[in-house]
Design a protein. Structure first.
Length: 356
C-alpha cells in the first residue's frame, strides 16, 4: 500500500540540535502555513502571480517607493545577479577578503558573473573608506579591471556589524569615485534587530544601491531576493535572472515565503530570538577556562578559539564548524529555533570537555 504524505515518517532525528549554521534549522511554522495557503488553484508562472506582485508592495513598506524586487533561489544567485547588474563587463568589485562572494561561492562571481574581485584584508570583516582605497585605483588603465563597485556584508562573515554612519561613509566614498555599493544581506534581519533601526535606515537611506535580501537563514525553505534601491545603478535584471538560472517558474512559492516573513514582524521576531540566543551562549562560555572569544557578539554568531583537540571532542555532542583551523578558531551559529535549553546544554558540553 502506498503511504500518504501524512503517514510518512521523518528520516532524521528531530531532537538533534547543533550550532553549525542557521541554514541547518528547519522552516518556521508560519512560513509553512503561508506556503499551504498559496498552494491552491493555478497562478501565472515566472512571477506573473498575485504573490510576487504583492511582495513588491510589502518590500515598499520597508524600503520606500521606487524600488524593484527580484525573487531568486539562493544567496549566491542574488549576489552574482546584483553585481552583474551594476557593472560593465570590465568592472571589478572591492570586497573584504572574508566576504562570502570571495570565500564561499566557489568563484561564482568570477566564473558565472564574469566579475573580477579585489579582496582586501580586514581585522573584523568590515571595510572602511581607507581600506577600499587599497584597491580603488587605476581608473582609465586598460591593464587593470576597473574598480566600479564595493560589496559589504551586513552582518559580516565574522558576525560583526556596520553602524548606519559607517555604511553612509562607505556609500559617500564610493559614489564620490563613481562606484556603486552592493550589500550582501544574508543576515540583514539580524542586523536590524541588533541596530534597533528599520531596514531602510541602514540600506537605502544610507546610500546602498542594490541589496541581496536573505530569507533562508531566517526561517524560509529557500528564497532570497535582489532589491534594487537605486534604479539608476542597476540594469538588465529581467534578463540576467533567466540567464543565470535564477528565474523560478513557480515563483509564487518563493514570494509567499518572503511575504510571510516581511508583511508582519516574523522577520524581526526570529532575528531578535537568534541574536538573544547568541548573547546567552556568549555569556555562558565567557568564564570557561580555555575558551577565548575572538569577536564581539553583535548578532547570531559567536567566534572563539579552543584548546587543541577540544573542538573535535565537543563535536561528538553538537555539530559546528571550524572557522580557522590554523588558529583553532570556531564559529557557533544560533537560529530562530535555538532554545535556551539548547544553549545551556551546549555550554555544559563545552565545560565538560574542557574539564572545567
Amino acid at each position: 500500500m502506498t503511504e500518504t504524505l501524512s503517514t510518512l515518517q521523518p528520516l532524521h532525528d528531530a531532537s538533534v540540535r547543533g550550532f553549525a549554521s542557521d541554514n541547518y534549522a528547519g522552516v518556521h511554522p508560519e512560513v509553512l502555513a503561508a506556503l499551504a495557503a498559496a498552494n491552491g488553484g493555478h497562478q501565472g508562472a515566472y512571477g506573473d502571480d498575485v504573490y510576487t506582485r504583492h511582495l513588491q508592495q510589502v518590500m515598499e513598506t520597508h524600503f520606500g517607493q521606487g524600488i524593484s524586487v527580484f525573487p531568486v533561489f539562493n544567496g549566491t544567485g542574488a549576489n552574482v545577479l546584483s553585481l552583474q547588474s551594476i557593472l560593465p563587463r570590465w568592472g571589478a568589485v572591492v570586497c573584504p577578503q572574508t566576504a562570502h562572494i570571495n570565500v564561499d561561492e566557489n568563484a561564482a562571481p568570477e566564473r558565472v558573473g564574469g566579475i573580477k574581485l579585489l579582496p582586501v584584508p580586514t581585522p573584523d570583516g568590515k571595510l572602511t573608506p581607507e581600506l577600499i582605497d587599497r584597491e580603488a585605483w587605476g581608473w582609465g588603465d586598460p591593464h587593470r579591471a576597473q574598480p566600479l563597485a564595493v560589496s559589504i556584508t551586513q552582518t559580516t562573515e565574522l558576525g560583526t556589524l556596520y553602524s548606519v554612519a559607517e555604511i553612509r561613509a562607505i556609500a559617500d566614498h564610493c559614489h564620490a569615485r563613481g562606484m556603486h555599493l552592493h550589500m550582501d544581506g544574508a543576515r540583514l534581519a539580524n542586523a536590524a534587530a541588533a541596530l534597533g533601526v528599520p531596514l531602510r535606515a541602514f540600506t537605502r537611506d544610507a546610500g546602498v544601491d542594490i541589496l541581496s535580501f536573505g530569507g533562508t537563514k531566517n526561517g524560509l525553505i529557500f528564497g532570497e531576493c535582489v532589491v534594487v534601491l537605486n534604479e539608476q545603478a542597476s540594469t538588465g535584471l529581467d534578463y540576467l535572472r533567466k540567464m543565470n538560472m535564477q528565474l523560478a517558474s513557480k515563483m509564487r512559492f518563493v514570494s509567499a515565503q518572503l511575504i510571510a516573513l516581511l508583511e508582519g514582524d516574523l522577520w524581526l521576531r526570529s532575528a531578535f530570538h537568534a541574536n538573544a540566543m547568541a548573547a546567552r551562549l556568549t555569556e555562558a562560555v565567557r568564564g570557561i577556562d580555555g575558551v577565548q572569544l575572538t569577536q564581539e557578539t553583535r548578532a547570531n554568531a559567536v567566534f572563539a578559539i579552543l584548546p587543541p583537540g577540544a573542538a573535535d571532542r565537543i563535536r561528538k555532542h553538537f555539530r559546528f564548524y571550524d572557522w580557522d583551523q590554523q588558529t583553532r578558531e570556531v564559529r557557533w551559529m544560533c537560529s530562530f529555533d535555538t532554545t535556551e535549553d539548547d544553549v545551556d546544554a551546549f555550554a555544559a558540553a563545552i565545560r565538560r570537555e574542557l574539564g572545567t
